[in-house]
Design a binder for this molecule. Structure first.
Ligand code: MN
Length: 289
């Protein structure tokens, strides 16, 4: 486990000090220079839209990067799911753009329909294939969703999510399978051993993805990269390139933010705890490997 949650940790920094006063009239929270979010999956029951709304209300910014899988077109095609809170998120994004925040949308694989509109604007939201963000202290960050790297990584990604229940089921299946194999005169073959091997490879997938994305950012001449896609928030140096993954708003409710001095920080937003409670963002510290 590489991420630790720390209430008191100072901003994880690539530079030090100072923050600018909140200038937004509707918010009492801290204003950031840039906010990077991805994998909201609006249009699915998994999307934590209410928490996201609270986060956006609390934190105004000069730049807002939507790093792909904002709307889940795949799921919506299968089954229409669009509650009011998802509408509110879209309204909030458009309102932000109207109020002078530069909102940049880099489509992902689940909202690839938006890739047909690259170069256009929706109510002030710019749709681009990828982007480069220069931080206040001059770091060039390549902004891409990350799904283009799926093709180069040969592994069954879904196996990373195998749970204990499925493992139990596998053992059962294994028994039946080998009963049939025995009747057909075939030798014993362990399905669970095969799957275990696959899971190991799936865990490797995350590392391979991170290294591949960082490598491509370097090849393109950038000092860092911000991506999403694998739903795993992370910020660390990979072979001299700053790899940032802003996580997701389905499972972990995480965002990458840039302070006014260029300091980059991963934030973890707590789950909703009922009405009247004030959510406090936690710093996500990166423990060196
Ligand atoms: Mn994706």
């Amino acid at each position: 486990m590489r991420l630790a949650f720390d209430f008191t940790a100072p901003a994880m920094g690539w530079s030090q000090s100072a923050s600018v006063e909140d200038a937004d009239d509707e918010s009492t929270g801290q204003r950031y220079r840039a906010i990077f979010i991805s994998d909201l999956h609006l249009g699915t029951p998994g999307c934590q839209a209410d928490a996201l709304l609270d986060f956006m209300k609390a934190h105004p910014s000069d730049f807002l990067y939507l790093v792909g899988d904002i709307v889940d077109g795949w799921q919506l095609r299968r089954r229409w799911y669009w509650p009011q809170s998802h509408n509110d998120v879209v309204q909030k994004l458009l309102r932000r753009a109207r109020k002078g925040c530069r909102v940049i949308f880099v489509p992902g694989n689940h909202d690839e329909f938006a890739r047909a509109f690259i170069g256009h604007q929706f109510g002030g939201v710019e749709v681009v294939e990828d982007a480069v963000h220069r931080t206040a202290d001059g770091l060039d960050l390549w902004i891409t969703h990350g799904d283009h790297f799926d093709g180069v990584i040969q592994c069954a990604k879904w196996l990373a999510y195998l749970g204990d229940n499925l493992y139990e089921f596998t053992l059962k299946l294994n028994r039946h399978l080998n009963y049939i194999r025995a009747r057909l005169g075939l030798p014993y073959w362990s399905l669970s051993a095969y799957l275990k091997h696959k899971v190991k490879k799936a865990l490797n997938y995350v590392t391979q993805f991170e290294v591949a994305v960082a490598h491509e950012a370097k090849r393109r001449g950038h000092q860092g990269v911000v991506c999403g896609h694998i739903h795993r928030a992370e910020m660390r140096d990979i072979n001299g390139t700053l790899y940032c993954n802003d996580g997701d708003w389905v499972e972990s409710r995480t965002a990458l933010v840039e302070h006014y001095d260029g300091t980059l920080q991963l934030l973890h937003w707590p789950a909703l705890q009922g009405h009247g409670t004030v959510a406090v963002p936690m710093a996500v510290a990166v423990i060196p490997q």
